[in-house]
Every structure is written in C-alpha cells, then in structure tokens.
Design a protein around this ligand. Structure first.
Ligand code: FAD
Ligand code: ZN
Length: 469
C-alpha cells in the first residue's frame, strides 16, 4: 500500500486532499512561497497525528506541520518536490477543559486564537495573547513560533503563557506533557524545547495555557513624541506610573502613518503630521475606569510637561480605542498596498533603540538614496518592524531582487552591533535560516543541531527550516 492510501486509512479519505485547488495550504500568507504537497492530511486527534507521523516515518516522507498558515517566514508550506506531507492541525480545535480556579485552559493546537480569547471572555477571564492575525492563526502555530504581539510588555510571549504541552514526536509517540502547574522543576524543560521550534522537533497537538482575570477597565491613548529618545523616556515613565497596568506600548514612524493615511483615507489618524513618531499606549486597570483614566491623565500630563510628548489624546470609549488599534494594525496592510518591501522583525535592548535607528537609517540612506523606511512596532518589548520600501517611483520587484541582500546585511550587521536579534517574534523558517548561520554563535548552532539530531534523527519534521542540518 502506498503512503497516501495508508493515510486515507488512518484519517479517512475525506481528510487526505491530493487534488483540486490546494493553494490555501500550499502558498504562504505573503505569497512569496508556493509548494506542492504529496497530500494535505487533516487528522482530528493526537492518536491520528501519531499514526500519520509513524506512516510518514516508515515511508521516509517529510512532514510540514501547519496551523492557520499565517506565518511570515516561510515555515508552514511544503517545498516544490511533491513529496512532503502537509499536516494541518485545523480540525483539532476543541477546548478540552477550562479550570477557572487554576486560571488555565487546555486547548487543542488547531484552535483559532480569537476563539480562545472569546472562550476566556465568556468565562469572565482574559487570554491575553493578541496579534493582528488572531482571526485565523492557531494556538499551535502561536506556540510553534513563540508568537509575540501587542500584549507582551505585560503578559509575555506565547511561551510565558504556556504551562504544558501535548506533542507527537518524530517517532510517532505522544508526549503527554499537559500540566496546569506553575512550578515543576523535574529535569530538562521539554515544553520550552518545543515552543519556538517551528515544527522542526515535534508536532504540538494540545496545550495548557494561562488565563488572567479581566481588567475592570482598559484605556488607550495616542501621543505624538518628538524623537525615539522621547518615546523611550515615555515608556520608562509609563512603567513607573502604571506598573502592571501598562499592557501595550507601540511606536509608529511618521512615514508608516503617512502610508496608512494614503491607502486608508477613511481612517482618522491623530497627530501624525506634527511629529516624527507617535506612540499608542494601553492601560489596563483592575480598580475602575475612573481610576484608570486618572492615572493615564497624570502620566500624559507629566510627559507633556517633560517634553517627551508634544500632544496626546485618550480614547473616550471602546469604539475610539478600537479605532486607534486599527490604525496601528493597518500599517502592514498599507505597506502591502504600496508595493513589495523588505521586512525586518528585529529586537534591540530598548535603551539602545534610538542609537540603532539613527545609525541604520543613515547607512541605508547612504547606500540607497531615496529609500523609504517604514519603522513601527512593539517598542515596549524592544521589537521593531523595521521595513524598507523602494524609493518613490522605483521598480519594486527590481528593488527587492537587487537590494534585498545589501539591505539585510546593513540591518542585521547593525542589529549585531547593538546586541539585538534578527528575529524577534516571527521565527526563522526558511526566510532567515541562512542568516541564522551568520548571526548565531557556533556554539549555539552546534547545540541546536545536537537537539535536532537527537529528537528527529531522520530529519523528517519540517526539514530545511530554522537550521541547516
Ligand atoms: P502557521 O503559519 O501555520 O505555522 C507557523 C510555523 O509553525 C510553521 O513553521 C509551522 O510548521 C509551525 N506549526 C504550526 N502549527 C504547528 C503545530 N501544531 N505543531 C508544530 N509546529 C506547528 N506574529 C507575532 O509574533 N506577532 C505579531 O504581532 C504578528 N502579527 C501578524 C500579523 C499578520 C497580519 C500576520 C499574517 C501574521 C502575524 N504574525 C505575528 C506572524 C505569526 O507567526 C503568526 O500569525 C502565528 O503565530 C502563526 O500561527 P499559524 O497557526 O498561522 O501558524
Ligand atoms: Zn509584530
């Protein structure tokens, strides 16, 4: 019996797709990669995933795990060989249990992030992981990429929100590591090994995630700041003034907002014409809206007095707050409307971000006269989406072809000089795999290869991603 027939026997013929339009699984979100799978396989249980992995291992077929296929680094689509099995977790979408007293929920890997936020909310709780792809990305994908998003400054990345995992190994065994324990020092942390491994070490089938009490009030403000230094000063003031109430701190460069205004003229973007940067702050308060507003206004008045903000507005209601977040989340879409661009997802110690940007901006402008920089991101986490767009009127495709290596070298070398990371929250995938070879220490790469070889000795799980083995 050939592999496809075995897989049909394992998960049912209706859940093994080999013909028709498979673009939704075979093409990545950015439409930069398009592969061809031997089959798209959609198991419904961990036992079925294990059986699929065993069958693939026996046949020597590589497996590419996939959740919502919203990843941005070319990690979730098959190569062009037509030999890889695309394993979609989308049918594993049950909430297995919710333990309100323990503040945890145990969910299957294919649960869509937004549905988990809603599940928590219905129980009067908060599941804080939040990112613009939340309507289609899955918790399995979030954990496999250790996703960040907009609440990291308070709640951490996906890793910090996870207490336990259920994982199918490359040998087709099920590791039952689901646990609601906040303390468990019984040897090596297997959970943290799989989180962020981008499908190269095991297939996450379920997870136990932390929940939080819902804040009594969440307020959003928008401030114009005269420089990145001022934004960093304001961040420090917000940490001191709001404490754990500071749940979001985003920065947006003027050109990023100009592009957003150009492509989405219906959005009313405050204050952007008067300052080089705007910041978006979120304050979640466990007392009351009145208390939240009082502390926010105190903070912003102090910032205006110190000159680290030149103007500021606080959203009056939830609709206005949503509008402000919507502006921030529209930047990548506005950039896509403007044309092809070179994306970077970097992190730098917050204190060094102003110097980094000054240096990298100057080097890029010197190397490519007229180049346009779309700089925005999660300043509270030291994470910038430092993107590079062709000069006005330039041929975007040619720009990408001819300038991408040069631009990447300038940016990543500067990241190295400032002790930063070339991938803050999106992962490595295939897009940054070769860059990792240059920017990670040889000792770290050796340790990573040793882990990969011992967990997946036949290189069956997402081969060619993250590491050259
Ligand atoms: P996929 O894209 O399907 O897969 C991503 C990787 O994980 C692949 O390597 C895949 O093989 C692996 N994988 C998927 N599921 C599993 C599993 N169950 N077991 C093992 N491996 C698996 N990311 C951020 O961190 N912060 C952001 O703010 C953010 N914003 C975004 C905004 C937009 C509009 C988009 C399109 C993406 C954004 N992302 C962001 C990228 C982010 O990585 C993904 O949205 C999300 O975390 C991936 O989830 P997914 O289910 O779509 O995974
Ligand atoms: Zn981001």
């Amino acid at each position: 019996m050939n592999l496809v027939e075995t897989l049909r026997g394992t998960v049912g013929a209706a859940n093994v797709l080999t013909g028709g339009d498979l673009r939704a699984w075979e093409e990545d979100w950015r439409k930069r990669e398009r592969g061809k799978a031997l089959a798209v396989v959609r198991p419904a249980t961990a036992a079925e995933v294990a059986a699929v992995v065993k069958a693939c291992a026996l046949a020597g077929a590589a497996i590419v795990p996939q959740g919502g296929n919203t990843g941005l680094v070319g990690g979730s689509t098959p190569d062009e060989s037509g030999t890889q099995v695309l394993l979609s977790l989308q049918r594993m979408n049950r909430v297995r249990s919710l333990d309100a007293a323990n503040l945890t929920m145990t969910v299957e890997a294919g649960c869509v992030l937004q549905s988990l936020q809603e599940t928590a909310q219905q129980q009067g709780m908060l599941f804080p992981l939040s990112l613009a792809a939340e309507g289609s990305c899955t918790i399995g994908g979030n954990l496999a990429t250790n996703a960040g998003g907009t609440q990291v400054v308070r709640y951490g990345n996906a890793r910090e929100l996870c207490l336990g995992l259920e994982v199918v190994t490359a040998q087709g065994e099920v590791w039952e590591g689901l646990s609601g324990l906040r303390k468990d020092n019984t040897g090596y942390d297997l959970r943290d090994l799989f989180i962020g491994s981008e499908g190269t070490l095991g297939i996450i089938t379920a997870a136990t995630m932390k929940l939080y009490p819902q804040p009594a009030a969440t307020l959003t403000a928008w401030a114009a700041v005269p420089s990145l230094e001022a934004a960093v000063t304001l961040l420090g003031m917000a940490h001191r003034g709001l404490g754990a109430g500071l749940t979001g701190f985003e920065v947006m460069g003027r050109f990023a907002l100009e592009l957003t205004a150009k492509h989405f003229p219906q959005l009313r973007i405050p204050l952007y014409e008067q300052a080089p940067y705007c910041v978006l702050l979120e304050n979640s308060d466990h007392e009351s809206e009145l208390h939240a507003r009082g502390r926010f206004e105190q903070l912003l008045e102090a910032a205006l007095g110190d000159g680290c903000a030149t103007d500021a507005v606080v959203a009056e209601n939830i609709a206005q707050a949503r509008q402000l977040w919507h502006i921030r989340e529209s930047i990548p879409l506005a950039q896509a409307e403007e044309g092809l661009n070179i994306k970077h997802d970097i992190s730098i110690p917050v204190s060094r971000i102003p110097d980094f940007c000054r240096e990298a901006d100057a080097l890029l402008r010197q190397a490519i006269p007229g180049v346009r920089l779309v700089n925005f991101g999660h300043l509270g986490d030291g994470n910038l989406h430092y993107n590079v767009q062709a000069p006005v009127g330039g041929d975007m495709a040619a720009f990408l072809r001819e300038q991408e290596p040069k631009v990447n070298t300038i940016v990543f070398d500067a990241v190295g000089r400032y002790d930063g990371s070339i991938s803050a929250e999106h992962g490595v995938g295939s897009l940054k795999r070769d860059k990792l070879e240059k920017h990670k220490s040889p000792v770290a790469l050796d340790l990573m290869r040793a882990i990969k070889r011992s967990l997946d000795p036949h290189n069956l799980l997402n081969p060619g991603r993250v590491l050259k083995v």
